[in-house]
Design a protein around this ligand. Sequence first.
Ligand code: PHE
Length: 345
Amino acid sequence: MHIDLKQCEHIQKEAALELARIASREALEQLRLKYFGRKEGALTAVLRSLKDLSEEEKKTIGRAAHETKLYLEDALAKKEQALIEAELHDQQRKEKIDVTAPGTRVLEGHLHPLTQLIAKACDIFTAMGFAVVEGPEAETERYNFDALNVPKDHPARDMQDTFWLEAPGMLLRTQTSSVQIRYMETHQPPFRIVAPGRVFRNEATDATHEAQFYQLEGLMVGKDVSLANAKAVLEVFFQRLLANKKIAVRFRPSYFPFTEPSVEVDVTCFKCFGKKCAVCKRTGWLEVAGAGMVHPTVLANVGIDAREWQGFAFGVGLDRIAMVRYGIDDIRLMYGGDMRFLKQF
Ligand code: PHE
């Protein structure tokens, strides 16, 4: 390669023009390689070919090449410094904190109305000596039906009423009564427990029916526990829950396969307090639970001697209570997760 003075001049000019257009450190590095690259750098090639020049040429061209090198090194260093400063400036501008700007408010959540109700109910029963226990939502046919003395051909077992799971004999529990069996299998009387939890029914949904809802199961077994005790316990429960000593409970005859005798439990309408309104269909009463004396067959199924032990069980529907108490007219709102609804509680 033959070089002359013009070449050095040209390199300087071209580099100056290119440098002026560069806006990033990556581009600057590309430019550095273009001139100083070990293999293809334009200036590297010039410096390398100096050795082929005559002594005379070395003096003039060699010096020019060297000056070009110094000039370029200096220009690149200055440009790099300028780019670093610009970057820093940019960053500071973006990260500027306005200490006088108002803070962003952190939204505070709260417990779902049903969760609040369950907590309150458990408090009340705990104070009456009941233990709070839980059972699984995915149950076996035995705990949900068989051990509870529900006949094999009972319509509640139909596909239309029960969510059967793919695993044979497994279902989503239709009632918290399954927890009675689980508890009695593993404990000896006397005992008193409540078991709150979600249950599932495969039914058409509307304002008063959901495929999922909450129950609170109660069970008390002892030597001489009676339906009168059930009535007293339920009455105290509702009086404390609704903070009203005038609330009364009444029993109406009913039927459940796992209790005998069985009753429907009504409580004084806590919308109108007995004055008769639309919510209680002008009866002054609200149906809130099923109850009864634990059937001897159920006791036998879990190995408890029915000649020695007896007791009551009840299942309270929690959604209805929350709805009447808070004036909610559609049960589906409970499970919709709509903040406009939830924020009200
Ligand atoms: N398990 C019944 C239901 O879901 C309620 C109930 C519980 C009735 C315990 C009697 C005793 O309807």
